[in-house]
Design a protein around this ligand. Structure first.
Ligand code: SF4
Length: 185
């Protein structure tokens, strides 16, 4: 795991414009009560996992790995954050990231989209960043999910999730891993 670097917004306008982008996000109309209930229920867990969830191969491996980690291997310790919900609305999902004792960003690649997104809405956020494609061996020329068999994507995701579980100090349970293979998409 690594830190995400200095996120202080520069005072110099030229530097700020070069290094940062300003956006306006329309606030949602209405509330998803299922989402709010989930967030409240899961807020007791000590580790919030936010994942970039990119649509490319690297993002897909990170997405499946975060599901395996949060829903199978370390289900009592980790909560899977809805990145889009946390980024675009200041309700329960964002509170999961805001209030968790530990926040981990699982990033498909070095661009660290989840980290940069959430730092835009939570000033001072410094998650532990995991670049998931650096944890696994695969053909670096591949980009799209349709360039790798689904079973291989799942195998790599399980590999990432098991490494993450080990880093978080929990034993990897073979049964849980087996369950994860069937439930990670
Ligand atoms: S971190 Fe990489 S894989 Fe993830 S969304 Fe960003 S560009 Fe895509």
């Amino acid at each position: 795991m690594s830190c995400s670097g200095n996120t202080t917004v520069p005072e110099n306008p030229a530097v700020r414009e070069k290094e940062f982008e300003t956006i306006y996000i329309r606030k949602p109309v209405g509330v998803c009560q299922l989402c709010e209930d989930y967030s409240a229920r899961e807020s007791v867990k000590p580790v919030a996992i936010m994942c970039c969830e990119g649509s490319c191969l690297r993002g897909e491996i990170a997405r499946q790995a975060s599901n395996i980690l949060c829903h199978s291997l370390l289900r009592d310790k980790t909560v899977r954050v809805c990145l889009g919900g946390a980024f675009t609305k200041d309700t329960g999902q964002r509170n999961l990231v805001r209030n968790a004792p530990q926040v981990i960003a699982m990033e498909g690649c070095f661009l660290k989209c989840a980290t940069r997104m959430m730092q835009g809405v939570l000033e001072g956020l410094e998650p532990d960043v995991v670049i998931t494609d650096s944890l696994i061996e695969f053909d670096r020329e591949l980009f799209s999910v349709d360039e790798m068999p689904e079973v291989e994507i799942m195998r790599l995701a399980l590999d990432v999730a098991e490494q993450m579980a080990a880093k978080l100090g929990e034993p990897t349970l073979a049964r849980a891993a087996g369950e994860a293979c069937c439930a990670c998409s």
